[in-house]
Write a protein that binds this ligand. Structure first.
Ligand SMILES: NC(=O)c1ccc[n+]([C@@H]2O[C@H](COP(=O)([O-])OP(=O)(O)OC[C@H]3O[C@@H](n4cnc5c(N)ncnc54)[C@H](O)[C@@H]3O)[C@@H](O)[C@H]2O)c1
Ligand SMILES: O=C(O)C(=O)C[C@@H](O)[C@H](O)[C@H](O)COP(=O)(O)O
Ligand SMILES: [Zn+2]
Length: 366
């Protein structure tokens, strides 16, 4: 197993990646200062629970922890205030105190939800990420935790860093193909914002990576997580640099919200959003020839590059004006200037954005 470290002074923490990490969990918890004898509260979802909850729970119980759990519905709908309230009720009923810890066993939905519960339970308790999706190489690192509001993605949230990320890559073997593709959207994003050589490597190894060939998968996760680690270690609370991790997300979050968090999953919405960002950059004259390559790599990973059905442009723009990166309702985008390089553009005019939205629904551009 390999280790990366998020460097945040006294809140620094390790990310352990590899097959069999879960068997080391009790030791890793001890090393993170979460001693046996404490109460642990695992939040997981209805797909992950039958696969990995018993195994995880019994290892922790054998090591002397008192373990409780909550199983939430699968999918984005669980990132809601209603589900958050239920999780809090169950944690209170289990008698969790300030020395207890929340463990997120699942994908980004469970990670964001459990993390927000941990950030707010008795004003904040310890939190551990045990990611089970490919996409969660991104969501489990960096401490952004949140639930959604019908009017906006991740609007109710906090920054609350985990004490530890324990990423057992064996868990990925049961992921459905659609979720594998969604995970690659954020892997590709980490290349597009930071490192053209990583993008080229992802293009060259697309088949082997999608078959989850061990060495390739390990390398992809380490390279993608390293980008996230570098950015978060420099700008934990998104005062500046961290916003680059939002490539494709101004568009993507609006698409997700307007689908009622149903038709498109996060990775798919970000995929279309990254194509939109590349097209917008070309229209604004800050990049050329990048949208075709962006579209091409995403298609290689079986990701959508067009909106699946008609969406109202006024509503998309209204949702984008509520994006957390913006001030005073201005349209703010992370835009590529080349493959591997991005910049943040504040106060983008509406017309080029509308043109891009039209092209995304009508057949795109060559
Ligand atoms: N906090 C962050 O920095 C950050 C970063 C990226 C994304 N996110 C958030 O993450 C969420 C998306 O995460 P996701 O794509 O992991 O979605 P998810 O958590 O909904 O998981 C996707 C699906 O896969 C199932 N699943 C999970 N692990 C499995 C496994 N090992 N085997 C079989 N099925 C499994 C789940 O039950 C679910 O149906 C979004 O809400 C997004 O906003 C947060
Ligand atoms: O960690 C970050 O910062 C990111 O932007 C990573 C994104 O992939 C992720 O979807 C994040 O939750 C978006 O954050 P938000 O602040 O735009 O809600
Ligand atoms: Zn994302």
């Amino acid at each position: 197993m390999k280790q990366l470290t998020v460097e945040l002074g006294e809140r620094s923490y390790p990310i352990w990646i590899g097959p069999g990490v879960i068997e080391q969990l009790p030791r890793l918890l001890e090393e993170a200062g979460i001693d046996s004898g404490r109460k642990l509260f695992i939040v997981t979802d209805e797909h992950v629970a039958p696969l990995y909850l018993d195994q995880t729970k019994s290892q922790l119980q054998d090591a002397g922890y008192m373990v409780y759990h909550s199983v939430v519905e699968a999918g984005e709908k669980a990132k809601s205030l209603a589900v958050y309230e239920r999780v809090m009720t169950e944690a209170l009923e289990a008698g969790l105190d300030r020395k207890s810890a929340f463990l997120a066993l699942g994908g980004g939905v469970v990670g964001d939800l459990a993390g927000f519960a941990a950030a707010t339970y008795m004003r904040g308790v310890a939190f551990v990420q045990i990611p089970t999706t490919l996409l969660a190489h991104d969501s489990s690192v960096g401490g952004k935790v949140a639930v959604n509001h019908p009017l906006g993605k991740n609007i109710i949230g906090a920054f609350h860093q985990p004490r530890l990320v324990a990423y057992d890559t064996e868990f990925l073997k049961t992921l459905p193909p659609r979720e594998v593709a969604a995970g690659f959207a954020e892997v590709i994003k980490h290349g597009l914002i930071w490192d053209e050589t990583f993008v080229t490597w992802l293009e060259q190894n697309a088949e082997g990576l999608q078959r989850f060939e061990h060495d390739l998968l390990q390398e992809a996760l380490l390279r993608a997580c390293s980008v996230k680690v570098a950015v978060v270690s420099e700008d934990e609370k998104e005062r500046g640099l961290r916003a680059i991790l939002n490539l494709g997300h101004t568009f993507g979050h609006a698409f997700e919200a307007l689908c009622g968090y149903e038709t498109l999953n996060h990775g798919e919405a970000v995929s279309i959003g990254m194509v939109a960002a590349a097209m917008l950059a070309e229209r604004l004259g800050i990049a050329s020839g990048i949208s075709a390559r962006t579209r091409h790599i995403l298609e290689k990973y079986r990701l959508p590059v067009m909106l699946p059905h008609a969406m109202n442009a006024d509503e998309i723009i209204e949702a984008m004006r509520r994006d957390k990166k913006g001030e005073g309702g201005k349209l703010v985008f992370v835009l590529p200037t080349a493959i591997g390089k991005v910049e943040i553009r504040k106060d983008v005019a509406e017309e080029p954005v509308r043109e891009v939205l039209r092209a995304l629904q009508e057949g795109g551009e060559s």
